[in-house]
Design a protein around this ligand. Structure first.
Ligand code: NAD
Length: 261
């Protein structure tokens, strides 16, 4: 397709939304076409890069090529059907979906070109591949623990990225994460079961996102760590995903597809 890709940013008043607007406005391959947030949000009526932040997603999406959506699960679900019915690209960065909401999203998004990722950074997507490989090579005698730290404003735990890392570890071991994961420990929990994949979440300050996958063996420990230093990272990845998805057949894609990993 020719011409800059016309993108709308949802959650424009949020941490990621503000970053996304800056990255879109500065990118030669796309144009900031609209910006929306929820009704009653303090940012409604404000402007960014010459665009007024509105609360009517349907009006904002008229004539747009795609939506960059880093909001909340209920909001993303509501946006999915609209994007699908108009064949628009839907980039989903929102995390914290329940399994039922995940299913609803896939149904609602049928016909759209969706890229959904719990993390749009290149480094984390490489870490996913390394985690799967290490889990397969080291075997169940190495205890896998995934620890993450995020800023104090984050509302879901474990992070979407931590869960993806858990899925990657489980895939490497050919086990089901659902039945082998332990989400936090408290009290007399009993000894750790061989094969468990443990999660722990730390919240505080303004930490953008840190993830470590620990493989703890009897006499050695391997740790794979990723630290995000700037939210631009996620915004740039989301824009890259939108430009990629523009030329794809309708479908539900991951960032690893965009990066060809
Ligand atoms: P935030 O709370 O700063 O921003 C969220 C914004 O969404 C707010 O402005 C809120 O008003 C808005 N919103 C809520 N409901 C809405 C609706 N119905 N319509 C339009 N806007 C609505 O949060 P944040 O730190 O920007 O993160 C947003 C989401 O993105 C979270 O789920 C977070 O975990 C996720 N995230 C993903 C990645 C990634 O790479 N995938 C990176 C960072 C954050």
């Amino acid at each position: 397709m020719s011409g800059p890709m016309k993108l709308v940013v949802a959650g424009a008043g949020g941490r990621m939304g503000r970053m996304l607007m800056n990255v879109v406005a500065a990118h030669p391959g796309c144009a900031l076409f609209g910006a929306v947030d929820r009704k009653g949000a303090a940012c409604i009526g404000g402007t960014a890069h010459g665009i007024t932040i509105a609360d009517d997603i349907c009006a904002a999406m008229k004539g747009a090529d795609g939506l960059l959506d880093f909001t909340a699960p209920e909001a993303t679900l509501a946006h999915a059907q609209g994007c699908a019915s108009f064949g628009q690209v839907h980039i989903v960065g929102t995390t914290g979906f329940t399994p039922a909401q995940e299913t609803q999203l896939r149904t609602a998004a049928e016909g759209a070109r969706v890229v959904k990722a719990g993390n749009f950074s290149v480094g984390v997507n490489v870490l996913l591949g390394l985690t799967k490989k290490a889990a397969a090579m080291l075997g169940p005698q190495y205890d896998i623990e995934i620890s993450e730290m995020h800023h104090k404003h984050k509302v879901d735990a474990p992070s979407g990225t931590a869960l993806m890392l858990g899925e990657a570890a489980a895939a490497g071991r050919s086990v089901d994460l659902e039945t082998s994961s332990v989400r936090g420990r408290d009290g007399i929990t009993g000894a750790r079961k061989t094969g468990d994949i443990g999660f722990s979440s730390v919240r505080g300050g303004e930490v953008i996102g840190e993830h470590t996958v620990i493989f703890a063996g009897g006499s050695e420990r391997l740790e794979l760590t990723h630290k995000a230093q700037d939210r631009t990272l996620f915004a740039a990845g989301a824009v890259q995903a939108a430009l990629w998805a523009r030329d794809q057949a309708p479908g539900f894609y991951a960032m690893t597809d965009v990066l060809g990993l």
